[in-house]
Design a protein around this ligand. Structure first.
Ligand code: COA
Length: 573
């Protein structure tokens, strides 16, 4: 018996595909189920193929899975785009009569539902998706009362007429499905009760983490797929006296972030690859002037405009080395929605302690995924604030200290006036170009990062440490690929294959000794990552003695567990 059920809803952007999937998600979460969703938007602003996939289970879910069990196709394009995964054992629910007549592959159970026709008969064509939702709730036991509640919640701001129209369409869909003879075996296990969880997207979780960390100023320029972070923070930051600015571009936003940091505020921006590329010079300014700041990069398909709504992990080279000169920074990455909360708090704590830029790498898959997350307790996250001058003696902003970290002084502090500058400077902040000083100041700025590795939880080893003889394959993964590898390892172990995982979150400075320790217990190493050049593999080869087999993927979509399983078996055969 499958332990989980995956439903994919697909159709034309504007037909309410995303809303339909989101409502199924909410209803399943209210039934105490784990959910892991993914969605794809069209690059066009209106129209184009939209898809929403929700995987539900009683067990913890760490990725969207290999495919789907049920496809609900609103149109012919949705059928064609998923046709290759409509294999024996899957189910198709489709609009009939609609704009297509599907050839039903052998072994696929098909349920025709007159979604468009029923909606038109009700003179409410927009409600086509609600007819579909009603049919799905009957066919797959999606909790109907929860669905009725979420329909009201979702549409009440659009007025009672819309709410009632959609509820009527929902009931119509249920009636239509009741006439069908169910021959498949898929049912949502709705026997549970709601847990103390929230359903959040990766972007919303980054925003929540920033609020928990105490962000004061958020300046950003909208860019897919990062914009939702600002949207989320904007709803909460002003309530606590914080400031959110939509800047005129990314250079302005990072500059405003640094200005706010100089003024003593915890500040951040969120962007995607193209925006991070524009921030290079100011990231150097942040390192040179030792200003704490957090820059979230939600990676998308690159280079250039690339694939704005698709997934990649291809900004690691940029995150670590973007910008001229020897410009240091800390680079972190996140695995899943829950991690987005915790790692954003960690990013702020590190920025405040080490007075430097911290880049947090999320990705398109996470941005658009929603997951059930145990409701976080904000008080359970220890917070770090920048070291501030105690007002004694003469103040030198860049005083050489044993740790390399020099106390900061907010503007207006008596005796604390200083210049924060991008020009090379002496301990007092005044310009100074001597070779001795530049050497000393670079040694200071890089020296303070030497304790970062100890300040971040060590990379997780998934499986017993063992020794070379106990583990055939070690899989190194980062970002949301970790969740895919977790499931692949579970499947491989079930087949008796000795394999374990290594999941670093701190990517720069690279925790070399942790990589070496893990590599020493594996006979072979595989490093899957969603970019063309194998970017983390490049750094692992450059900075450690390890020689992992790079497994790059760049199709704008994430790995699936099956892809990892197959690749490991290839290595072993
Ligand atoms: N009755 C009334 N309204 C309904 C409805 C119904 N039965 N079903 C959905 N809607 C509304 C939704 O509430 C939503 O309205 P809102 O935007 O005010 O919340 C709207 O119709 C869209 O529905 P939704 O389900 O959210 O999305 P969709 O599946 O129709 O897909 C998108 C539309 C999301 C693809 C499209 O709106 C979009 O975002 N395009 C931009 C994509 C993009 O960012 N491209 C990259 C640019 S760089």
């Amino acid at each position: 018996m499958k332990k989980d059920l995956t439903i994919r809803v697909a159709g034309e952007g504007g037909e309410g595909v995303i809303s339909t999937g989101d409502m199924i998600t909410q209803a399943c979460a209210r039934a105490g189920l784990e959910v892991y969703t993914s969605k794809t938007f069209p690059a066009e602003i209106k129209g184009g193929y939209a898809r929403y996939q929700v995987r539900t289970s009683r067990q913890k879910l760490t990725n969207p899975g290999d495919g789907f069990d049920v496809l609900c196709a609103f149109n012919g394009e949705a059928f064609e785009m998923s046709r290759h995964r409509l294999v024996a054992g899957t189910v198709l629910v489709y609009d009939c009569p609609g704009d297509f007549t599907p050839e039903i592959p052998a072994g696929v159970v098909a349920y025709p539902v007159p979604m468009s026709e029923a909606a038109k008969e009700m003179r409410n064509p927009r409600a086509k998706n609600m007819v579909a939702l009603g049919a799905l709730s009957v066919l797959f036991n999606i909790p109907e009362n929860s669905l009725r509640e979420v329909i009201v919640t979702k549409f009440k701001r659009k007025g009672e007429e819309i709410v009632q129209g959609n509820l009527t369409a929902f009931e119509k869909g249920r009636e239509l499905a009741a006439t069908l003879i169910k021959t498949d075996g898929y049912l949502v296990d709705a026997s549970g009760t709601a847990k103390d969880v929230i359903v959040l997207s990766g972007n919303q979780a980054v925003g929540l983490g920033a609020l928990i960390a105490g962000v004061d100023v958020f300046s950003a320029y909208p860019i897919t797929p990062a914009t939702e972070i600002a949207n989320y923070v904007s709803r909460h930051l002003p309530k606590r006296g914080g400031t959110l600015i939509q800047a005129e571009d990314e250079i302005a936003s990072i500059s405003q972030v640094l200005g706010a940091s100089y003024a003593g505020k915890k500040s951040m921006t969120a962007t995607s690859g193209p925006g991070l590329a524009l921030m290079g010079e100011m990231l150097g300014m942040a390192f040179m002037s030792e200003l704490p700041c957090v820059v979230v990069d939600v990676q998308r398909g690159g280079p250039s405009t690339g694939l704005p709504t698709k997934h990649e992990q291809s900004d690691l080279f940029l995150a670590i080395h973007g910008g001229h000169g020897d410009a240091g920074r800390i680079v972190l990455s996140v695995e899943d929605v829950e991690d987005c909360i915790a790692m954003t708090v960690t990013a702020f704590n590190l920025a405040e302690k080490y007075q430097c830029p911290v880049i947090l790498l999320s990705d398109g898959s996470l941005a658009f995924s929603t997951q059930t997350v145990p409701t976080p307790n904000p008080d359970s996250f220890p917070l770090v604030n920048r070291e501030r001058w105690n007002g004694e003696g003469t103040y030198h902003r860049y005083a050489l200290t044993a740790s390399g970290i020099s106390p900061m002084a907010d503007p207006g502090t008596p005796g604390g006036a200083h210049i924060a500058t991008g020009i090379e400077h002496g301990e007092n902040g005044q310009p100074c170009y001597t070779p001795v000083n530049h050497e000393a100041m670079q040694a200071k700025r890089f020296g303070k990062l030497k304790t970062v590795i100890a300040d971040v939880a060590p990379a997780e080893v998934d499986g017993e440490v063992g020794d070379k003889n106990t583990s055939d394959i070690g899989i190194i993964a980062w970002g949301s690929t970790i969740g895919v590898v977790r499931e692949a390892i579970t499947r491989l172990r079930a087949e008796g294959i000795r394999v374990k995982g290594f999941y670093p979150k701190l990517l720069h400075p690279l925790p070399v000794s942790q990589f070496e320790a893990f590599g020493a217990t594996c006979s072979r190493l595989l490093l899957p990552e969603v970019n063309f050049q194998g970017q983390l593999a490049h750094f692992v080869r450059a900075e450690t003695s390890l020689r992992p087999t790079s497994f790059p993927l760049c199709g704008g979509l994430p790995f699936t567990p099956a892809m990892i399983v197959n690749r490991v078996k290839e290595m072993l055969s």
